[in-house]
Write a protein that binds this ligand. Structure first.
Ligand code: 5GP
Ligand code: ZN
Length: 137
């Protein structure tokens, strides 16, 4: 993809702080970290998001993410690790090349967790049915 920043990082056309690389995946520091050590793991092939990334590519990417997550936890003394992925603009995706965020967390970092809601009476059943039907369950 010609104008993809992450493809340019993969090809070495843009600088980055790489922390891990194998045949199919690359991990490098996020330029604006939530906490120092915040790392992005990407497949070397360009896919836009989780929906269009082939299973095997996604599997390799999450396995690299696991490896990097353990290394971040151990080397930076993280108390925990958030692993996340934004898919589509509404979910906060800004770079449209599949990537997994690995964010070291500390008891003292002061971040709030996602706000939680309550289901209305009967709503959870309806929602679960919709998802199950789509999955053919
Ligand atoms: P998204 O919101 O798409 O899930 O996350 C994109 C991430 O890429 C952001 O956290 C942002 O800080 C990071 N980012 C954007 N441009 C660059 C760049 O040129 N280099 C690096 N290393 N990270 C970038
Ligand atoms: Zn790309």
């Amino acid at each position: 993809m010609e104008n993809c920043i992450f493809c340019k990082i993969i090809k070495g056309e843009l600088p980055s702080h790489k922390v891990y690389e194998d045949e199919n995946t690359l991990a490098f520091l996020d330029i604006r970290p939530n906490n120092p050590g915040h790392t992005l793991v990407v497949p070397k092939d360009h896919f836009e998001n989780i929906y269009t990334t082939p299973d095997e590519t996604l599997a390799r990417t999450i396995l690299s993410a696991k490896k990097v997550a353990v290394a971040i936890k151990n080397s930076l003394d993280a108390d925990g690790i958030n692993i996340g992925m934004n898919n589509e603009e509404a979910a906060g995706q800004v770079i449209f090349h599949t990537h997994i965020h690995i964010i070291p967390r500390y008891k003292t970092d002061g971040f709030k967790h996602w706000p939680q809601k309550e289901y209305k009476e009967g709503e959870a059943e309806t929602i679960a049915e919709k998802i199950k039907n789509e999955l053919g369950e």
